[in-house]
Design a binder for this molecule. Structure first.
Ligand code: NAP
Length: 283
């Protein structure tokens, strides 16, 4: 149990997801009271049940964090329940395969329906609304909660906020246009808002996870144990530690960045938790 975190209140968005379900559970184990946020209530209820089994305190709030009115309602619900909010973890985010081409580079055949191979999706086949929705969840999906919660944190004397960047923030992976550009924006927004809210004693940092195993990643990267796809092999070759990470590998960095006694002079940074992915150039 981390005595510095004990009794603090934290909102976790994307709390039903791979990383932030584990992060929520880990914070609850350390005595943090939680608001579990995501669009799908059932996923959040499962996390709540796990937390309650260990005597933790939390409640579920289903909402879309890209919707400004829903986020305002979330703030009201948190303050009604706990009267305060010390921390915000912006875990809601992600990619959409429909916003990704199936090819890594332009192929002239994508311009001509009569020659385009079946199943090929080039950049010109991507639905731009879908493309935009990826940008929206990864950018405004954190900006709106920051805006809403920082207002209250500023009045209460401060807080700590964590955003989620990606390896794509540093150098885009192929096929990830919308995701990569929006995760690059997370690093930038983390710096901008950290600078802006520093006088309010609100620290804002980000975590850039490397390749963390989840159901989706299993489908397109495979697993070290059961066999990798060609893309998965590239990732593992490029990861100095030679393995994928687990959601539990993120939890220590979350605790460090939230805990005012551990990271009191740290703001505006993005911490890679990547098994050394960024240490290798690929050559
Ligand atoms: N896993 C990785 O390898 C990895 C690597 C780098 C960065 N990241 C980033 O780390 C964060 C967490 O990743 P993850 O792997 O845990 O993803 P995940 O399993 O897909 O979880 C993300 C959660 O966000 C919620 N969400 C999505 N859109 C939302 C919206 N508009 N409003 C509210 N909630 C929403 C989803 O639940 P609902 O659909 O029910 O809303 C989902 O449970 C994401 O920002 C991701 O981009 C992950």
């Amino acid at each position: 149990m981390n005595e510095n975190l004990k009794g603090k209140v934290c909102v976790v968005t994307g709390a039903g997801g791979t990383i932030c379900s584990k992060v929520s559970f880990d914070l609850a184990k350390n005595g943090v009271k939680l608001a579990l946020v995501g669009r799908t209530e059932e996923k959040l209820i499962k996390v709540k049940e796990e937390i309650e089994k260990i005597g933790g305190e939390c409640f579920v709030f289903a909402c879309d964090v890209t919707d400004i009115n829903s986020v305002d309602k979330l703030v009201d619900a948190v303050y009604e329940k706990f009267g305060v909010c010390h921390y915000l973890v912006n875990g809601a985010g992600g990619n959409n395969s429909q916003a990704m081409p199936t090819i890594t580079q332009f192929d002239p055949r994508e311009l001509d329906e009569s020659t385009k191979p079946e199943g090929m999706r080039g950049f010109y086949d991507i639905d731009m609304d879908c493309f935009e929705s990826v940008i929206k969840i990864n950018t405004m999906g954190s900006v709106l909660p920051i805006r809403a919660f920082a207002k209250r944190m500023a009045k209460d004397g401060g807080g700590s906020i964590i955003n989620f960047a990606s390896m794509n923030s540093y150098c885009p992976l192929t096929r990830c246009f919308a995701y990569a550009m929006s995760k690059a924006a997370v690093v930038s927004m983390t710096q901008s808002f950290a600078a802006y809210f520093a006088p309010a004693n609100i620290r804002i940092n980000a975590i850039a996870p490397g390749f963390i195993v989840n159901e989706r990643s299993k489908a397109y990267l495979g697993t070290v144990e059961e066999g990798l796809t060609p893309r998965g092999e590239q990732v593992i070759k490029h990861t100095a530690m030679g393995k994928f990470g687990g959601a539990e590998d993120i939890c220590g960095t979350v605790r460090y960045l939230l805990d005012d006694t551990m990271s009191s002079f740290v703001t505006g940074i993005t911490v890679p938790v990547d098994g050394g992915f960024l240490t290798l150039s690929g050559v």
